[in-house]
Write a protein that binds this ligand. Sequence first.
Ligand SMILES: Cc1cc2nc3c(=O)[nH]c(=O)nc-3n(C[C@H](O)[C@H](O)[C@H](O)COP(=O)(O)OP(=O)(O)OC[C@H]3O[C@@H](n4cnc5c(N)ncnc54)[C@H](O)[C@@H]3O)c2cc1C
Ligand code: FES
Length: 288
Amino acid sequence: MHRIIAKEQLSDEVFRFVVEAPLIARERRPGQFVILQLDSDYGERIPLTIADADAEAGTITLIFQTVGKTTHLLAERQVGDEIRHILGPLGKPTHIERFGTVVCVGGGIGAAPLYPIAQAMKQAGNRLIVILGARTHGLLILEKEMQAIADELLICTDDGSYGEKGLVTEPLRRLCAGAKPDLVVAIGPPIMMKACAEVTREFNVPIVVSLNTIMVDGTGMCGGCRVTVGKETKFVCVDGPEFDGHLVDFDNMMLRMRAYKEIEEKAHQEYHCRLNPELNRLRQYENT
Ligand SMILES: Cc1cc2nc3c(=O)[nH]c(=O)nc-3n(C[C@H](O)[C@H](O)[C@H](O)COP(=O)(O)OP(=O)(O)OC[C@H]3O[C@@H](n4cnc5c(N)ncnc54)[C@H](O)[C@@H]3O)c2cc1C
Ligand code: FES
């Protein structure tokens, strides 16, 4: 069991939890993630990036967006409550070195997994430029934290409510067309990572993306997180989550991510429909 030590709401849909997990806190490195399960052994298992960790306090930080049933249930938890299972650290750590100038691009909740990577890139002596994008100002997260570590911070919102109006690819294109960066790291929705990969390809700038496929076991056994990278089949949980963005087949990835859409929507609707007595009875049974 893992106790929730702190809870903070960062935006309309985003929460930051600090959770007890001493062994994971000690071992984790930037780019790695955990798979958590809220209650019963039959509940959904969801992957979340370790946004930060304190090895001395034995805690990890998770930043998540409420999108479906499990993330909504997680957001209801309070300080002192427990999460039954947390598995990790999983995935290969980010390759960190002194590349020169590194541009880190975060779209929406992608800023959360990006933060530990940006921090490590800065600590390795890189000049760090961060581009943060969100649909609207209320959904922008980690601005202060990124400001504290970046040499330059550029902000875009789709609706122009804050920063530059437009998509993250616009400042990225300007940077690539100017004094070319040595590396781009992009994390966000698949469509955004695909667009960033197209821009960097044009300018021959290397790009690393962190893929957020559906995951089940997180050990390379179930095949749920399968992606095609450079015409080879890879498992995001054990071969990734980071890959060369120029080699990822994003269209195939997006197609596979839509596979459970109907079931996910049903679970989400049922979550919002708590007056249904049969459902409540089943949920109580599941939690015993
Ligand atoms: C390695 C990895 C690290 C991740 N790190 C974070 C993180 O730090 N913070 C965070 O908020 N999210 C992160 N995600 C995404 C997170 O796992 C999903 O948002 C979560 O599983 C959704 O669960 P749910 O039951 O609430 O919603 P579901 O009902 O399962 O899904 C609801 C909606 O979200 C979409 N969705 C489902 N799974 C994903 C996914 N993996 N990525 C993108 N969209 C998805 C579905 O298409 C659907 O539209 C990460 C994913 C991976 C693979
Ligand atoms: S989550 Fe099962 S193989 Fe990766």
